[in-house]
Design a protein around this ligand. Structure first.
Ligand SMILES: [Zn+2]
Length: 414
């Protein structure tokens, strides 16, 4: 069952406390924006919050009916669909999904008719239903499913149109409808206008829950109308405990994964099956000649790594992240940080030796170069050329232009 309860989610104490206070109060904003780094639980929290809003013992509980003693049940009252067993009025509503009522069972399988879930997809329009169906099936079956997107994945227009038509009608079963839009920053302008109109609708019965790890890409008009809920990077200890106890990762790997994940459970789960030590070492094989200013060595390493353009955007981005983690470790080692503070602590000796030789200012410059390269990979730039260019700039003035084939050196500028 993919949908958990808020109380079962990893970390995020502040966000959980806030959301549970909203549920206890029973008053909802028209829209919420869950924002924070990727892979820290915004999406799963959005679905858990939706589930609690629909739960018959929590947010979805109908207010006690006023006593009607002055008339016999009317013709139509008898035909009303059965509602949840009326709880005693002294019993406060739960501030989380109960996980057991009819609504929770449906929402737990993503089958509740008043829970709408939109997320970015890529691929052809005619295969949309299959793509979405496959993703939902994976999400239902794999408790550790991680959403990953291609660059141009987006929230499809056809789906938002269908949703907006449905908003004109009352919810099917619950008192409210909840629409969860995952990675809401992947929408088109005209979708935002329609979304804005829906959010601003007075007296609407729909609660919108948007998530984004790039809220700066959302129109300010949308952001300003959302109640914002911040999600923080997860603590390394939380990640380690989760990986060992819930995912079944061994103690040695969990420490490394948690360190490499930099506060993102999604990243830890994605890296789990990829032999992260090997990936890290491959990435560092490219960084090392750049740090030494060894032009020919860098050229050879880059060729080996790029495999002539067959390397995907995702793995290039990850490679740059490994580089950033290493450089940050160098900064830490440079100020005498203890072993536990180092992400790449299994290569501690090397880190300490390198840290003695490099200037912190130079490391910061290189970190900026890498940050730019990461943005360029996200943008519309050929990913592998970006990486060549970034590596050359990491190497800095120590590589003369003359050491690079001129026609290539030109192309590496972005
Ligand atoms: Zn329930």
């Amino acid at each position: 069952m993919p949908l958990r309860r808020l109380q079962d989610l990893l970390g995020q104490t502040n966000a959980k406390t806030f959301l549970r206070s909203v549920l206890a109060g029973g008053r909802y904003a028209n829209a919420y924006l869950f924002h924070g780094p990727a892979g820290v639980g915004k999406g799963i929290a959005a679905l858990a919050f939706a589930r609690a809003i629909l739960c018959e013992r929590a947010g979805g509980r109908r207010p006690p009916e006023p006593a009607r003693v002055d008339h016999a049940p009317g013709l139509f009252e008898a035909l009303e669909p059965p509602t949840a067993p009326a709880p005693k009025s002294s019993e406060p509503p739960l501030d989380d999904a109960c996980g057991e009522c009819a609504a929770c069972l449906k929402s737990g399988d993503l089958q509740h008719p008043d829970l709408k879930f939109l997320f970015p997809v890529s691929g052809e329009e005619k295969e949309l239903d299959t793509t979405i169906g496959d993703t939902l099936a994976a999400l239902r079956e794999d408790p550790f499913f991680v959403f990953t997107y291609e660059k141009f994945a987006s929230i499809r227009l056809s789906l938002t149109r269908e949703l907006l038509r449905e908003l004109a009608y009352a919810p099917f079963e619950a008192a409210r409808r909840v629409v969860v839009v995952r990675d809401a920053d992947r929408m088109r302008e005209d979708q935002y206008s329609a979304l804005l109109k829906a959010i601003e609708e007075p007296g609407a019965v729909t609660v919108w829950v948007l998530t984004s790890s790039r809220p700066a890409r959302l129109p300010a008009t949308i952001v300003s109308r959302c109640q914002q809920v911040r999600f923080a990077p997860l603590a390394e200890d939380e990640l380690i405990a989760y990986l060992e106890e819930r995912v079944g990762v061994t103690a040695r790997e969990s420490r490394l994964l948690a360190a490499l994940a930099a506060g993102s459970l999604g990243r830890a789960l994605t890296l789990r099956d990829t032999d992260p030590l090997r990936l890290r070492d491959e990435a560092l094989a490219l960084l090392e000649p750049a740090l030494r200013g060894d032009g020919p060595g860098l050229w050879r390493a880059a060729q080996a790594y790029m495999n002539y353009g067959r390397t995907g955007r995702e793995s290039l981005r990850r490679m740059i992240e490994f580089h950033e983690l290493w450089l940050r470790d160098l900064l830490r080692a440079g100020v005498g940080a203890p072993r536990d503070a180092l992400v790449n602590r299994d290569r501690e000796g090397e880190l300490r030796r390198q840290a003695e030789r490099v200037d912190p200012t130079e490391i910061r410059r290189r970190l900026m170069v890498l940050e730019e390269a990461r943005d360029a990979i996200e943008g519309n730039v050929t990913a592998d050329l970006t990486v060549f260019s970034a590596m050359a700039r990491v190497a800095g003035a120590r590589i003369g232009e003359g050491e690079w084939p001129a026609h290539l050196a030109e192309r590496w500028r972005y």
